[in-house]
Design a protein around this ligand. Structure first.
Ligand code: PLP
Length: 395
């Protein structure tokens, strides 16, 4: 534990400085984290937590995966940033790798999930000449103006209106509602193949296939937001693989670079070619340091068989939760791979503090779903610890 000596601020100092100097947009928990390894994190007082939040489905390989750390260290000492005025000897290599795993033809590099959505919305308008977007109720696509326009929660949108016009919402899981909404001004339908922030909501069987068919018939693009479901989170590279449906455009971020900020928009050739030089850009997008982190992340997933681990440990987590969480406020457990939701029949926000006090970090989505998105490298013992704590929570 010698490294805890490197703590920069005490808990009290950190919380006081945040309160004084940071714009207060976050409802933070009263814990000051200082280091992490695998599925564990430690606070500045040396207290250990099993991390079932993983930076909101970002730290898929666990905290400070040695291969990602080494790649970042090596690249940082060599070349960090050049802008996109030049080629680098790493960005095209990552682009090829991403094209292979996404099964898309081309990628655009951005720095976050919301930016990848912005790129997708712009590309969809440019490729179709149409303006409208159909999104699903309870969806979440990000907080910048474009992504916010297609994000369902009124509380997030209304203070910032007017937003980008042309967005409409239909119930998630209802292909007929999408068919009815597809008029002549719709550029694209935007869907999460499994809704994340909405509370690990699964698509009904056949839904994505029907939506694909409806889009094809109407000449409308289909955009999959795999920002949260991608990079092995559901036990496959991408959640779309469970349906076999290929979108025209796909967004990936969160877990893509092992904790380093990156987002990409990937597209099929016929759509991607609508973007011409000058149509879109990002100063930092695809910078060499981020590319090194992403390449190391992808290689580690391959070398360490982490897609299978996400499937196997996710099944174990789901099974153990179903067996042990017998509280009367628990309705059922659902999810796939390492994206698991415990549906409650009442508001469960207060469970977050109670679990943390017992050494487990959890998150509650949409007030009534405990969302568990731990690192794939979590051990059985750590799952047992988390399930033990969760199964004893009271409301
Ligand atoms: C988190 C998330 C986003 C936004 O990503 P940021 O990196 O926070 O901008 C968009 N879509 C989905 C599905 C997400 O889960």
């Amino acid at each position: 534990m010698a490294r805890t000596k490197q703590v920069r601020l005490s808990a009290e100092e950190a919380i006081a400085k945040d309160a004084r100097y940071v714009i207060q947009t976050y409802g933070r928990q009263p814990v000051v984290l200082s280091r992490g390894k695998g599925a564990l994190v430690w606070d500045v007082n040396g207290r250990e937590y099993v991390d079932c939040v993983a930076g909101i489905a970002v730290n898929n390989l666990g905290h400070c995966h040695p291969k990602v750390v080494a790649a970042i260290q090596e690249q940082a000492a060599r070349l960090m940033h050049t802008s996109n005025l030049y080629y680098t000897d790493i960005q095209p290599e990552l682009a090829e790798k991403l094209a292979q795993i996404t099964k898309m033809d081309r990628v655009f590099f951005a720095n976050s999930g919301t930016e990848s959505i912005e790129a997708a919305l712009k590309l969809a308008r440019k490729a179709t000449g149409k303006k409208g977007f159909i999104a699903a109720e309870h969806c979440f696509h990000g907080r910048t103006m474009g992504a916010l326009s297609i994000t369902h929660k009124a509380k997030y949108r209304e203070p910032f209106e007017p937003l980008v016009p042309g967005a409409r919402f239909v119930p998630y899981g209802d292909a007929d509602a999408i068919r009815r909404a597809l008029d002549n001004d719709v550029a694209a339908v935007v869907l999460e193949p499994i809704q994340g922030e909405g509370g690990v909501r699964m698509p009904p069987d056949g839904y994505l296939e029907e939506v694909r068919e409806a889009c094809d018939r109407a000449g409308v693009l289909l955009i999959f937001d795999e920002v949260q479901t991608g990079m092995g989170r559901t036990g496959k590279w991408f959640a779309k693989e469970y349906s076999g449906v290929e979108p025209d455009i796909m967004c990936v971020a969160k877990g893509i670079a092992g904790g380093f900020p990156m987002g990409i928009m990937a597209a099929q050739e016929g759509v991607a070619s609508a973007f011409r030089k000058g149509d879109h850009a990002s100063t930092f997008g695809g910078n060499a340091l981020g590319c090194a982190a992403a390449l190391a992340t992808i290689r580690a997933i391959e070398e360490e068989n982490l897609l299978e681990r996400s499937r196997v440990m996710g099944e174990y987590l789901k099974k153990e939760l179903s067996i042990h969480c017998k509280q009367d406020f628990v309705d059922h457990v659902r999810g796939v791979g390492m994206m698991v939701g415990v549906q409650l029949n009442k508001d469960g926000n207060s469970l977050v503090d109670k679990a943390r006090e017992k050494g487990v970090l959890i998150n509650v989505a949409s007030d009534t779903v405990i969302r568990l998105v731990p690192p794939f490298v979590i051990t059985r013992e750590q799952v047992d610890k988390a399930v033990g704590v969760i199964s004893e929570l009271t409301l």
